[in-house]
Write a protein that binds this ligand. Sequence first.
Ligand code: PRP
Length: 181
Amino acid sequence: MDGTGDYELDHIILTRDAINKRVSEIAASISEEYRGEELIFTGVLKGAVIFMSDLVRSLDRSVDAKMDFIAVSSYGNASTSSGAVKMIKDMDTYIEGKNVILVEDIMDTGLTLSYLREMLMARGPSAFRTCVLLEKPDRKKVDSIMDYRGFTMPDEFVVGYGLDYAGKWRNLPDIWCVTKR
Ligand code: PRP
């Protein structure tokens, strides 16, 4: 069996087909809301890269989609959130008066999303939306508005489709549960 350190892949919890279907549905909703408008897709590195790249390619072509990235640190190499959020890389785009959509792979405690919402809202975007592929409601510590959501998940440690353990398994097309050896 494939593995890294003290964790190994156990079973698939979300197949690539289920993910693709949901990503298309979210893209259709976003396209409906922002048809003909500019929208700055802001991915939170590194986990959101795969989700965001599929999402923007599923949009209606009338959406004027721009891409930018932001990096924060919350987990480090541990499998649970430390609660501390630190900015590592800011986005490059000047967002005052623009439509912004923050794209995240997962909301766990909600600390990262609420930190980024507050920071980016202070820059005066004309609209600010959040789009999160996975939500773990059992782990939530702070309420944070999610405008577009892919799936709600049980409190399992998951990897694949951008999600990692110690930098590994982001490239898997399906989302897997991992377990301790
Ligand atoms: C993950 C995820 C979110 C954050 C969510 O990032 O991508 O940014 O944790 O956790 P929270 O709701 O408890 O704040 P991580 O720090 O693992 O970085 P990565 O995206 O580079 O894997």
